[in-house]
Design a protein around this ligand. Structure first.
Ligand code: ATP
Ligand code: MG
Length: 208
């Protein structure tokens, strides 16, 4: 039997409970053997990360500590060039010779997939699992998935999960405004953000 390996890419700026729930649901439903979190280095689709990759990598490590099926790879962070999912998948295929890869995203990411670098080749190297995310209708996502399959082929499935309206953007905004982010992310990550004064330099500070 081939080993089933999930890959969860993201900027994780910072990692939050939404990411962890998505990963755990994918692990359960698809009976994956493990999930590797891959924080992006310099993402081609996202400008202006707010925390240094050093901090993002550490926070992801802290968040996965209690789950022995979750691990973290610094493959994209240690690469000085732009991070491309295709390169990452090629590297993982070399590392795991007899494995089947499941690339895990939220449904929002499916809308960008056609503009990723070499979508067709990416889809040959993994299956996509798109976890439901609030604010995006399943019908819309299905329409997009069908378009992508027609254009590029591949396997993309929607995974219905208990939806969580949590985003890193919202967490960064809250921190910058001095609003509590308790329970939206692991306590260790919250402590790390406070201790290192991350996300403080943005927006208007409310008096504390
Ligand atoms: P940002 O607001 O900075 O874009 P984010 O919360 O979307 O942050 P990312 O690091 O961009 O987090 O996401 C990594 C992956 O996790 C993406 O595929 C995204 O769709 C998915 N994801 C993030 N949060 C959720 C959530 N609450 N529900 C489902 N999927 C999610
Ligand atoms: Mg995002």
């Amino acid at each position: 039997m081939k080993r089933k390996v999930g890959i969860m890419g993201g900027s994780f700026d910072p990692i939050h409970i939404g990411h962890l729930v998505v990963a755990n649901e994918a692990l359960n439903i698809y009976k994956l053997d493990e999930i590797i979190f891959v924080p992006t280095g310099n993402p081609p689709h996202k400008e202006g990360l707010k925390a240094d990759s050093f901090h993002r990598l550490l926070m992801v490590n802290m968040a996965v500590l209690s789950n022995n099926k979750f691990s973290v790879s610094d493959i994209e962070i240690k690469n000085p060039g732009k991070s491309y999912t295709l390169n990452t998948l090629i590297e993982f295929h070399k590392l795991y010779e007899n494995a089947e890869f499941y690339f895990i995203t939220g449904t929002d990411a499916i809308f960008n997939l056609p503009s990723w670098h070499r979508t067709e080749e990416i889809l040959k190297l993994c299956r996509f699992i798109a976890a439901s995310r609030p604010g995006i209708s399943i019908e819309e996502v299905n329409k997009k998935i069908n378009e992508i399959k027609e254009m590029f082929g591949g396997k993309i499935e929607i995974l219905q999960i208990p939806m969580l309206q949590i985003s890193s953007t919202d967490i960064r905004e809250r921190v910058s405004m001095g609003i509590s982010v308790k329970y939206l992310l692991p306590e260790s990550v919250e402590q790390y953000i406070i201790k290192n004064e991350l996300y403080r330099g943005m927006g208007t500070h409310l008096p504390v």
